[in-house]
Write a protein that binds this ligand. Sequence first.
Ligand SMILES: [Zn+2]
Length: 417
Amino acid sequence: MLLKTILNRVAPQKSFVYRKVTMISKKGHFALAIDIEARRNSRAICSGCHRKRPGYDRLPPRRFEFVPLWQIAVFFVYAMRRVDCPKCGVVVEEVPWSEGKSQLTTAYRWFLAGWARRLSWLEVALVFHTSWEAVYRSVEYAVAWGLERRTMTGIKAIAVDEVQWQRGHHYLTLVYQIDAGVRRLLWVGLDRTEESLRGFFQTLTDEMKNSIRYLCSDMWKPYLNVLAQEVSSAIHVLDRFHIMQAMNKAIDEVRAEEARRLKRDGYEPVLKRARWCLLKRPENLTRKQTVRLAELVKYNLQSVRSYLLREDFQRFWTYQYHGWAGRFLREWCTRTMRSKIAPMKKVARMLRSHEDLILNWFKARGTISAGVAEGLNNKVKLTTRKAYGFRTFKAVKTALYHSLGSLPEPEFTHKFC
Ligand SMILES: [Zn+2]
């Protein structure tokens, strides 16, 4: 009796009433079954056109799983009516607690999807005694619901990024909104081709495209091409994170090559375990690493010279004026070209050929914060790592939208999770 009172409070069903509550057995455990009946004289709603229609017949009772109580599974039991609709024919009715052919109530789907944001999908399935599939379907439902209702107008700044997915060279293209105050994932595309990114712009109207004033990306050619075509009036910024990332990659290459060469020529292994000394910023080094770095500097190594070039480049970001920054950039590139260190020269050439886009960073300062793309990128890695079960693009896409999309959710009478 009390259970029905609670149900009427947390999940009232318009035009339906909760009846008998019984204990049933389900897979060796006991569960609660709650009968639902339509209010007397109420007419069923056609699931095709959402209108009240005359009844046709009644199907055998069906179970709909609801949010568990004290770890006891709860089912609604209801015999669906079919209506004779002049527009849709003989169709099953629409009920407020469930959609389509799902065996789960809508409340339970949102409940599982909510937990799936905090735990891995497998953990959610284990904790609530359900299947991975049921959790996945629930998240998919929540994402579809949110994507249909999210607003895409007034987006001022976007960032495009690529992220590795699975083993080997599989990539995803991600587009984020990075406006001050609104940071969310807008788009997930398979691969990192022009096609992958163009897919995003195809979802936008001209008005939405025109509102974009700042773009952020790395120097990946296909992205640069598409961005130049699709949003030519926006200021394109090559962001700090990606430039420093390119430099770190070069330093790592120099170090690996040099370590091999020293070993071959029979020198003592000075570069052994030096990787993080060279990749981290000096302020992030441990005491031991600082000592190690001081030792390394004594040798005239290419690795160390590359490291010093990178550290010197940090000054670039501190300039107040775009003109001075430009002068510094050109001077740095000249110096680096003379260093005879091939991977670093490659970085310098790349910076030279994208000078305008890099200097745009100063124009966009204050609007785009440097670490945004990096922060979101780390969250992406966390999401993909958390979900070992992702074998398909569809699943990884669903998970990313779910955890990073800031998608809208319906208002509920009661919050179950
Ligand atoms: Zn109808």
